[in-house]
Design a protein around this ligand. Structure first.
Ligand SMILES: NC(=O)c1ccc[n+]([C@@H]2O[C@H](COP(=O)([O-])OP(=O)(O)OC[C@H]3O[C@@H](n4cnc5c(N)ncnc54)[C@H](OP(=O)(O)O)[C@@H]3O)[C@@H](O)[C@H]2O)c1
Length: 262
């Protein structure tokens, strides 16, 4: 776990955000978000698996203007380690006000149809461990009556599809969890933002046909940063068109939908 800083924080916008924790900091989408936050001079605590990639990211973000960048290597799927991550946050990044959960995995659907182990791994990474970790931060922010929790789920969670329903069900469960959490934390003034990207060009999708037509992660990150700074909306579809696409998809009758091969 390491820390490095530039001169005192320069971000002076009207945003209530100053100190952001990113869970899954090496994700393609998260990297773009962090670059934009760094340019605005925020303090960042990055949590991800690879110490080497974290170190490289730390240097990059400091060079781009982040006020402070701390790193914490951790496998976030290991729920038994969540306590020590939170302990590190309490000791080294007290007063944080924003948590962005960005990690996730998308196995090949066929593999989780034939292996219960892979199925459980997919559900654990995308839903079980994510909701466990957010529960720890939610209790702290609720007690302090401040802050914002944002988590990246997916449009895949809006409807179960033949080709992607395991990943989709984990993301759908996370969206439902966030909806309930939002209501629970509302009286304490803590915001909860559900981020639902459509397909984005990152390592997660680089094997998918036509991936070059997917959204640019920089544009998706722009929507996310805007939402974090405004602490709104409750549910962000990015790019925006996906709100309308998913609304149409949700209205397809089940008798038709079950025959679609996508
Ligand atoms: N790309 C899309 O089309 C798309 C669309 C909708 C939603 N999303 C969601 O957006 C989020 C970011 O994904 P991305 O597109 O940026 O893909 P990505 O670049 O493949 O990022 C996924 C990240 O999750 C991390 N991760 C996986 N398991 C982990 C674990 N056990 N502990 C810690 N970190 C772990 C990976 O870390 P390592 O580098 O160590 O493997 C990687 O940094 C994910 O939740 C994804 O489901 C993506």
């Amino acid at each position: 776990m390491t820390s490095a800083s530039n001169s005192p924080s320069s971000n002076s916008s009207s945003s209530p955000m100053r100190k952001i924790i990113v869970l899954g900091a090496t994700s393609g989408i998260a990297v773009e978000v962090q670059r934009q936050l760094a340019r605005r001079g925020y303090d960042l605590l990055l949590v991800a698996r690879s110490p080497e990639r974290l170190a490289a990211l730390q240097s990059d973000l400091l060079a781009r203007g982040a006020a402070q960048v701390l790193t914490c290597p951790a496998d976030l799927a290991r729920i038994e380690k969540h306590g020590s991550i939170f302990e590190f946050v309490r000791r080294s990044f007290a007063g944080y006000d924003t948590v962005l959960l960005a990690y996730g995995s998308m196995h090949n659907q066929k593999d989780s149809e034939s292996s219960v182990e892979i199925l459980l791994d997919e559900l654990n990474i995308n839903f079980v461990s994510a909701s466990a970790l957010l529960t720890v931060f939610a209790a702290d922010l609720e007690e302090r009556r401040t802050g914002c929790i944002a988590a990246i789920t997916s449009v895949a969670g809006d409807r179960g599809r033949r080709s992607n329903y395991v990943y989709g069900s984990a993301k759908g469960a996370l969206s439902l969890f966030l909806q309930g959490l939002r209501s629970r934390l509302h009286p304490a003034g803590v915001k909860v933002i559900t981020i639902k990207p459509g397909p984005v060009q990152t390592a997660m999708t680089d094997h998918v046909p036509n991936a070059s037509r997917f959204a640019d992660p920089e544009l998706v990150a722009r929507d996310i940063v805007h939402a974090l700074e405004r602490r709104s909306p409750d549910v962000l579809y990015t790019p925006k068109i996906w709100r309308f696409i998913m609304s149409a998809v949700e209205h397809i009758p089940e008798t038709v939908f079950k025959r679609l091969s996508f």
